[in-house]
Design a protein around this ligand. Sequence first.
Ligand SMILES: [Zn+2]
Length: 92
Amino acid sequence: MIAADQWGGAPGTAARCVHGDRSIAHPGAFVVFMTTVYFAIVVPYRQIQKRRGVTVFGEPPATKACTECCSDIPEAAHKCKFCTSEQSAPPA
Ligand SMILES: [Zn+2]
């Protein structure tokens, strides 16, 4: 038999979940946790990458459909990366 205090309960009582009341299970704690993660990790990472000239978590680059294979390729592409067909010049 497993000792009850190994699982958080007093000896002689049924084992209880020790994480049930204190974890992210509470909705308010989840919001606080995610807000902390956002401001402690996402915002500094975005600032560092911005200094390096890289945009992260931003708008995806504009794309257009290839005239030959209909794949999405960057708006400024002159050649399709999938079928290597020449593309018309992007509108100025
Ligand atoms: Zn193509």
